[in-house]
Ligand binder design. Structure first.
Ligand code: CMC
Length: 462
């Protein structure tokens, strides 16, 4: 008789605490990433984990993006980002992220038609732009406009667990298309020019550039090199697993709020200078170096002496401990765009000098600080004519398909729970208010029995 093979015992890790040992199931990803499942930790030990900044905490299992920070690897749904940047359009990559596979010819045409169909925004929404102050930051406008979409399309306002798949896909497509229009309109509003409406004969990136730089009297002359650079930039920003803004989208979405509100939260998180807002900070840093008359060497010394107060923006990453693979591609693209457009930008020289100095300096090498995605992207945007206040909006435009894919994946996971971390309380133990800590009038004065008034005996005045 053939022997039946006994399945291997599932691997466990063990934790011993106060004499009791518990088993923690081991989870291994398809790229051999290891996690210890601590879902029952509190039940079994009474304790929780503490991990500032979540350096060691996985919040979910995900099949969207793979990132190896030690080796500088980034793949969307298994495809290396280098290959996608060289051979695909942004809208195809968006389809891949959201649907899990590359579109075939028919699906590509259908997706493109849908993006065209949804590209206009409700005319009433265009009045909102007028109410923002002249110098409103476009990221604030963008997040406000995105959450406003839920007032125009309230059918998704309650994020119901059994919402039909088509309704979610419809909302996702609408958002993909409209964010581009909203982004371009927010720029037009900031410079006081009339809006340029989307055109059905133009592809996603060319359409965006025309809305940004065209005018009702003069269409924008579309340069293929500029379109290609924009495609590459958007593809490189399209997803980056559980970063700060994506985690915000998932966390807000875990309260079962609608897609628009969740993405609006992601936009706000992205705005921060440690995250997507770093691309604007890089250009401001380069402007400061040039205008101050300081040498690059002096600036680097200032950064080193400041003990973390002055940063070299566009350097360092929570996950990459080597050169960011996106930055490598962007640096090459930057070179090509500047040459093709015959732009001679002093900022590029300063950026190159900064990188060269930092790469030889023990402060940066010992801390694994390398250029990240934001270091060279701003120089390309400048060459194309996009102002620095719009850089993070461009990042948001690229990141949108990733946010949508992550929001959808979370929603479809039966283990998706309201995200609610624990804490370790370190404040005072129980105490009581002292009399001087109580505002007068807030506590009722003790009731005093009124004494009966004694009427003097005598003739009445009345
Ligand atoms: N310039 C100078 N020193 C730095 C920098 C920097 N850009 N980044 C980190 N350090 C130092 C930091 O001061 C600390 O030094 P020490 O060990 O002496 O205290 C050490 O390096 C470790 O830094 P950390 O802050 O503990 O590392 P982190 O993983 O928490 O920070 C980061 C990651 C991206 C927030 C940080 O590198 C940073 O602030 N970079 C500049 C902002 C930036 O470019 N952000 C864009 C990131 S890529 C786009 C995105 O995906 O968000």
């Amino acid at each position: 008789m053939a022997k039946t093979k006994t399945p291997p015992k599932p691997e466990v890790a063990q934790l011993t605490f106060r004499g009791q040992t518990i088993d923690l199931p081991v989870i291994i990803g398809t790229e051999n990433e290891i996690a210890f499942n601590i879902s029952n930790l509190r039940k079994q030990t009474g304790g929780v984990t503490l991990d500032y900044g979540y350096l060691n905490t996985g919040s979910c299992e995900s099949s969207i993006t793979y990132l190896d920070g030690e080796k500088g690897v980034l793949r969307y749904r298994g495809y290396p980002v280098e290959e996608l940047a060289a051979k695909s359009r942004f809208t195809e990559v968006a389809y891949l992220l959201i649907n899990g596979r590359m579109p075939d010819t028919k699906e590509r045409a259908g997706w493109s038609a849908l993006l065209n169909q949804h590209s206009m925004i409700h005319e009433d929404m265009s009045y909102f732009f007028r109410q923002f102050p002249e110098h409103a930051h476009p990221m604030a406008v963008l997040s406000a406009m995105v959450v406003s979409l839920s007032t125009f399309y309230p059918e998704l306002s309650q994020h119901r667990p059994n919402e039909p798949e088509e309704a979610i896909n419809f909302a996702a497509t609408r958002l993909m298309s409209k964010l581009r229009t909203i982004a371009a309109f927010s720029y037009k509003k900031s410079i006081g020019e009339p809006f340029v409406y989307p055109r059905h004969d133009l592809k996603y990136c060319a359409n965006f550039l025309n809305m940004m730089f065209g005018s009702p009297v003069c269409p924008y002359e579309i340069h293929p090199e500029v379109v290609k650079a924009l495609e590459v930039l958007l593809i490189l920003h399209a997803d980056h697993e559980q970063n700060c803004s994506t985690s915000a989208v998932r966390l807000v979405g875990s309260a079962r709020v609608n897609l628009y509100a969740s993405i609006s939260a992601g936009i706000c998180a992205l705005w921060g200078p440690l995250h997507g807002g770093a691309n604007q900070m890089v250009i401001e840093m380069l402007e400061d170096i040039i205008s101050s008359g300081k040498s690059v060497k002096e600036y680097v010394e200032d950064v080193k002496c400041s003990r973390g107060k002055t940063l070299l923006y566009g350097f360092g990453h929570r996950v990459y401990k080597t050169y960011d693979p996106r930055a490598k591609i962007i640096k090459k693209t930057c070179d090509r765009v500047l040459k093709t457009l015959k732009v001679n930008d002093r900022m590029l020289d300063v950026a190159l000098e900064l990188e060269a100095l930092a790469m030889q300096d023990e402060y940066f090498t010992s801390r694994n600080l390398y250029p990240n995605v934001d270091f060279y992207s701003g120089i390309i945007y400048r060459a194309i004519g996009i102002p620095k206040e719009m850089f993070t909006v461009m990042f948001a435009l690229g990141r949108l398909p990733g946010w949508i894919a992550q929001w959808k994946e979370a929603r479809e996971d039966p283990r998706f729970k309201l995200q609610r971390p624990r804490q370790i309380y370190t404040g005072p133990t129980k105490r009581h208010l002292l009399p001087e800590e109580v505002s007068t009038g807030l506590v009722k004065a003790p009731r005093v029995r009124r004494q009966p008034t004694i009427q003097p005996i005598g003739p009445s005045n009345s």
